[in-house]
Design a protein around this ligand. Structure first.
Ligand code: ADP
Ligand code: MG
Length: 730
């Protein structure tokens, strides 16, 4: 091992477990939410009138009265200071996928020089960060660089690291959304209205429909010393080189195995902190790949769940460092082993606590269930490309389609039982009037008999990108690093749009004199017939499916550049801007931002790879080659007659090394030329296209030669920690 690599490895192997003695254990129910300014605390700190007004605003999504905002700010300040906060910040999700915060102290000084703490209604409700420092896709003109953040009272304020964080939306001064939360909230309100109005057919008690989201966050852990010894990991979040370890996941001995003590201490620590922030963390386990793990909370209302996902990602990052780890959220940090996703479990729930994707006990309940199920399927059928667009990114493109993850083709899995029900509906219902007997039979024998609990583990398909799992859909193509708001925005809007169409169709039929139930069943039947091609029960990872999907005319869009362009399609614009979720201008801005981000990522990777190849790998290979050359020279001196025979192995290697070196050097030069060419192009989207098409392929093909060299060069000399060293936490 090289000196640097050896010392990193030694540090990693000897790193102690940080507090295994239970500092982070506490009765979870007692610490849950202590750092959140939730309803209970609001009630304690606010006047009855202010509290009522706040609750109404939250529940009905209305603006907060300025006067009330002043009272709430005073209460929040008192509570936050009592809990050790010294600063406050508006906390938001700009389009670079992370969270942003700019901390201001409560501290102020009065006109006569007295120090005091100030936090008023205006500071709570609105701030003006400089929008030019965040991706804005041309929305910001240079003369109008301001943007503003505005409080989202539906997500409670919380304290993190002595700072009071206020969840906000982030918009440009001209009113365009520069974040994920703004369109997410619009899509949630839209779906609420659409679903509530369809519910009038079944349940008049429900006044509101929430989207529920339960995300499952996958991630890798790497020891900090090894991470720091790998510039590619540290700067790109993934390894750009590294030969596969002799043993990784083939024995499948990591999945659900015992969690190593160091990891377990880290998990307990961040879960402890998550609990204080009111995040209901529930499940933790090892994942398929070595060093890969998952964390899943109990599902929550979607806006809150999205905030909690963002929050836990920054929490994990911070706490991992305290344990000598780095957490990797990249979708594919290591070639050849599984990547990470963020399965997003999605459903709809009424304010009366009914899960609309959960079958019930009676035919009526089940017709309601089928209505929401089938309309969701139809929505996915109508917008498969846009759904792929919503989860596409440079990093996720390394995972999708790479045989352990769903390909970039949308399909829906519903299982055997429901397939049968849908078949029966299609067969027995028709546009002609049904006889009362036929209707009763259908209701009692088929619809009424959908088992209340469909959560049967034998009827699961883990290769489907969008699977019904008994009482929810699980969207599995979502990447581990991205915001889960992005796919939700599209899914919510598409389902709402479909529910509105359905409602219109059924109402028209009722007006024509068709009975309600029959009108509903006829519309459902049409939706089933129209969305047949999106239903797929087989192996979604197989090559046969790729061919079959092509025959069915389903889009397969592995290339993120192509996926981003879907935001510009007419049908996408009609859906998203027609429903006032994202305007055409906002969609164009997003299209530009996503392209620019991709371009920058490829650019950074290309630069780092070039640097590593020329300054680390080639010099190491030459050193080793020199050793071989002196060896051959020595043999020649000692054995003038038989040296050629004795040095066969060495001579072969000397040549092989030269071949790889010249390949690497030539390709790096070519890659630099392609980059220069692309950099000369002004148009960002075109530049991104050139980067993806001409620069990106080099990153893969240069690596092939580096990985070969790794297998040839003396292990003593190899400068970078190898996969086998990074991937096993002891
Ligand atoms: P699996 O790995 O088998 O998919 P997990 O237990 O890891 O199962 O994750 C299931 C996720 O689904 C959890 O986050 C859970 O809260 C979520 N979930 C369960 N019911 C709902 C629902 N009605 N709406 C949204 N999410 C749900
Ligand atoms: Mg899952």
């Amino acid at each position: 091992m090289s000196k640097l690599r050896f010392s990193a490895f030694k540090e990693a192997v000897n790193r102690p477990v940080v507090d295994a003695n239970g500092t982070y254990s506490a009765k979870q129910s007692e610490i849950f939410g202590i750092n959140v300014f939730d309803r209970e605390k609001m009630k304690n700190f606010l006047s009855a009138e202010a509290y009522e007004s706040m609750i109404t605003s939250i529940d009905e999504g209305k603006h907060i009265d300025r006067k009330i905002a002043g009272q709430v700010a005073a209460a929040m300040k008192a509570w936050a200071i009592e809990h050790g906060a010294t600063h406050y910040t508006h906390w938001f999700h700009p389009l670079n996928g992370s969270t942003a915060e700019k901390h201001d102290a409560f501290l102020s000084v009065s006109y006569d020089g007295k120090p005091l703490e100030v936090f008023n209604g205006d500071m709570l409700v609105q701030q003006e960060p400089d929008a030019s420092s965040f991706p804005n896709g041309g929305i910001r003109n240079t003369f109008e660089a301001r943007g503003y953040t505005a409080w989202d009272p539906s997500s409670a304020a919380f304290i993190m690291e002595h700072t009071l964080c206020i969840p906000t939306i982030f918009v440009s001064y001209t009113g365009e959304a520069l974040d994920y939360k703004t369109p997410l909230l619009k899509s949630l309100a839209l779906l609420d209205r659409a679903a509530t109005s369809v519910l009038e057919y079944f349940d008049r008690n429900a006044k509101k429909v929430f989207v529920t989201l339960g995300w499952e966050q996958e991630y890798f852990l790497i020891d900090e010393a090894l991470y720091n010894a790998r510039p590619d990991l540290a700067l790109c979040g993934r390894t750009l080189m590294g030969h596969a370890a002799a043993k990784d996941q083939q024995l499948e001995d990591h999945y659900f195995g015992a969690i190593p003590a160091r990891v377990s201490a880290f998990m307990r620590h961040f879960e402890f902190e998550a609990c204080k922030l009111g995040i209901p963390v529930k499940t933790r386990h090892n994942e398929v790949a070595p060093n890969q793990f998952e964390c899943a909370p109990i599902f929550e209302e979607a806006n809150l769940a999205v905030d909690h996902n963002q929050l836990i990602m920054s929490l994990m990052d911070r706490i991992a460092r305290q344990h000598g780890f780095r957490v990797l959220f990249h979708e594919k940090p290591f070639k050849g082993i599984n990547g990470s996703g963020k399965h997003s479990n999605w459903s709809m729930m009424t304010d009366t606590g009914i899960n609309l994707l959960s079958p019930g006990k009676t035919p009526k309940n089940n017709l309601q269930f089928l209505t929401f199920l089938i309309n969701t399927i139809k929505a996915v059928h109508d917008y498969p490309d846009l759904l792929i667009g919503s989860i596409s990114s440079e990093s996720n493109s390394h995972r999708l389609g790479a045989h352990e993850a769903p390909p970039a083709i949308m399909s829906v899995f519903i299982g055997e039982t429901l397939t049968r029900v849908l078949d029966e509906l299609e067969e027995r219902v028709s546009d002609k009037k049904m006889t009362p007997d036929e209707k009763t039979e259908l209701k009692l024998d088929i619809i009424g008999k959908i088992p209340e609990i469909l959560l049967d583990n034998t009827d699961r398909n883990r290769t489907s990108p969008f699977a019904f799992t008994g009482n929810r859909f699980e969207f599995r193509a979502v990447g581990s690093s991205g915001s889960c708001a992005s796919p939700l925005i599209v899914l919510n809007t598409a389902v709402a749009n479909q529910l509105n169409q359905f409602k219109k169709e059924v109402d028209e039929a009722i007006e024509r004199g068709i009975k309600k139930d029959e009108a509903i069943m006829q519309s459902l039947r049409r939706a089933i017939i129209e969305s047949r091609k999106i239903l797929f029960e087989g192996n979604g990872y197989s090559n046969e499916w790729v061919e079959e999907a092509a025959k069915r005319g389903l889009p397969n869009i592995p290339n993120p550049i192509e996926a981003f362009s879907i935001f510009l399609h007419n049908s996408s614009q009609k859906l998203l801007s027609g429903n006032n979720v994202l305007s055409v201008k906002e969609l164009e801005a997003r299209h530009e931002i996503f392209n620019e981000t991709l371009m920058k990522k490829v650019q950074i990777e290309a630069r780092i790879l070039g640097d590593l190849a020329i300054n680390h790998i080639i010099p190491t290979a030459i050193s080793y080659q020199n050793t071989l050359i002196s060896n051959v020279k020595g043999l020649k001196e000692l054995y003038p007659d038989e040296w050629e025979k004795l040095a066969v192995h060495q001579i072969g290697l000397i040549k092989e090394i030269s071949e790889h070196i010249s390949e690497i050097s030539n390709q790096v030069n070519d890659m630099v030329e392609r980059r220069k060419e692309a950099n000369r192009v002004d148009d960002v989207v075109e530049r991104a296209r050139l980067y993806a098409q001409n620069v990106k392929p080099f990153i893969e093909s240069i690596r092939v030669h580096i990985d070969k060299l790794e297998m040839i060069v003396d292990d003593e000399m190899w400068p970078l920690p190898k996969y086998r060293e990074m991937l096993f936490i002891r």
